[in-house]
Each structure stands twice: as C-alpha cells, then as structure tokens.
Design a protein around this ligand. Sequence first.
Ligand code: NDP
Length: 337
Amino acid sequence: NRRIILASRPVGMPTSANLPIETQTLAEPAEGQILVKVIYLSLDPYMRGRMNAGRSYAANVAEGDVMVGGAAGRVVASKSPKFKEGDYVFGMFGWQEYYLGDAAGVRKLDPAQAPISTSLGVLGMPGMTAYVGLLDKGQPKEGETVVVSAASGAVGGVVGQIAKIKGCRAVGIAGGPEKCAYVVDELGFDACVDYKAPDFLEAFKAAVPKGVDVYFENVGGKVADAVFSRMNDFGRVALCGLIAHYNDTGAPEGPDNLPRFMFNLLSRRLSVNGFIVSDHPDRAGDFFRDVSGWIRDGQLRYREDIVEGGLDATVEAFQGLLTGRNFGKLIVKISED
Ligand code: NDP
C-alpha cells in the first residue's frame, strides 16, 4: 500500500516534504475489517487545519500518521457482515491507495443512483455544509439577498443554487472571470463578482443594490470586509470557512480593525453563526432527500474537478485548493475502478 503521511507540521503552504509518500505491506482483514481499494479521494480545505498542532473542533493528525480524508472505493476483501467484495463504499479512508480497517462508519454507495464521486461533493459533506449553513444558520427569506464567497466551489455553488430555489437574489464572489461566468451562466446565480478585479468594491456594491441579508462566509480577508460593509440591519452570517487565512503564519500587518468590526455587528444587529457540519447529523436525511431531488429535477447542478495522476498528484492538487486552482469540487482519482 502507498500512502501519504504527515511527516511534519507545515508552516504556511504544505509541501511534499511535510507530506511524503511511504509504502507499507498490508495484512489480511481481521474479523470485522474490510479492505477497500480507493478510487476517488476528496481534497477539502479542512485538511489544512488537521495538519496543525493546537486546539480545534476536531483532533489533529499525529505526526507520522496517514493524512485524513473522505474517499470512495470498492471493497476487495471483507470479514464484515455489512459488506461483500465488490461493494462500492464511502468512508474516511485517508490519503492512500488501500484502506484496511474497521467497517464501522463506512457507508454503502449505490452507483445506479448517483456516480460514486458525488458522495464526496454535492451529495456528501460539502453539499450538506451548504444545506445546513444556508437554511439553518442563514435563515434566508424569499426576496432577500444572499451572498456567498468561493462561489464556484463545492460548497459555494450549492449555496447560491439553494438560495435561488428559496426565492432569493443570489450573488457570488469568485476568483477570475471564468469562474464568475460559470456561476452566472451554468449555476444560475443573479450575479457574480470577481474579487481579483481592480474594480471589485464598486462591482460588488452594484451587485447588491438592496444590501446583503445573508452572507455565507467561506473566505475571510478583503472579501469579508467588502460584504460586512454592505450588511443590512438584522442580517445573518453563516460563518463556514476562512480559507484565505488557513496558511497564515501570524497576525496580519496593518491597523486593528476589530473595534470597527464589532461596532458594525452591534449597530446593525448582525448575528454571526459559526458552524461545523458534523454537528448536524440529524439533518442528513432532509439534505439527501432535498438535494438529490433538486439534482433529479434539473434545479441544481454541480461541477467536479477530477485530478488524474493518483497519489503522486495529491499534494500539488491540495496546494491548488488553497490558491484557487481547482474549479469545482476537488477530487483525486487514485485508481481505476
Ligand atoms: P472550494 O471548492 O470552494 O475550493 C476552495 C476555493 O477557495 C478555491 O477554489 C478558491 O476559489 C478559494 N480560495 C482559495 N484561497 C483563497 C484565498 N486566499 N482568498 C480567497 N479565496 C480563496 O472548497 P469547499 O467548497 O470545499 O470549501 C469552501 C469553504 O467551506 C472553505 O472555507 C472550507 O473550509 C469551508 N467548509 C466548512 C465546513 C464546515 O463544517 N464549517 C465544511 C466544509 C467546508 P476562488 O478561485 O474563487 O478564489
């Protein structure tokens, strides 16, 4: 088995020195275990946090351990009554070619219902993040303006489309004209603003003529500054992610904007709801029913960015996620089916 381990904790952008490939010999499955050949590995921004030491909402990866990650694959040997050889499955199999371990927590997939890669994106954790964050934390009402950053991505793309389904004005923010065109033309958002363009602030203002009622925050930095300055009274912020800061190595230079930010929260009576999708397993049934229904009806579309090259291409692909090189849900094809 070839696998990528966390050899050392990165400072700033992770490199292949932090994340080398090692080879191990696998035993036969013991009672209750399965052996899975990984086909698709999901790469997600939260993995950057797991590489750090220090307190967070989930345990860090220990130095020397295989990197965590959700993946879809096929059972090649089973000593569990739950699975048989040939079953397609989703689980936290990690950055590796084979998973040998407990069958608990592993879920069976039906490739006749949806491509197995969707278990990593639109019908998996990122799709559910969009669903729970927008509906439960953002509480959008018909006619309101919903803004989402990283709008062409796995989470953001679903957020704006659900906002449209709920009768809102959906405005995306994304990096570059190609991503913005996709968000409007393919996903059906009302507008999308390129935060890398020199006229970003004016273009954003023009895109939200009635201000912002719900902000689904994925990014932080100057994008967040722009949106917070246009929030309406009693606006809601679903605080989902801050990807612009995941590689930060210290506090930013410049003036302390915290007092201004806090006054803004106070005077506009904003509510900011940080949330983590794994705290909401009770919503999994509703999510799956609604989102798979919307996909079937043609009301919700998704895009996957599937990187070829297997484990050898994984670290570079992950770096690309933290710099915006991916376009849609980032997945690495680890092996042929
Ligand atoms: P995406 O598919 O959106 O990919 C990440 C995107 O982030 C990039 O394509 C890029 O888009 C944008 N980005 C990267 N670096 C920067 C930067 N420095 N400044 C601004 N934008 C940047 O990823 P996901 O949809 O999987 O995740 C989106 C967010 O949701 C992340 O913040 C993630 O941590 C969070 N998340 C939170 C969960 C929770 O439970 N709270 C669960 C799942 C995800 P662009 O080119 O447009 O800049």
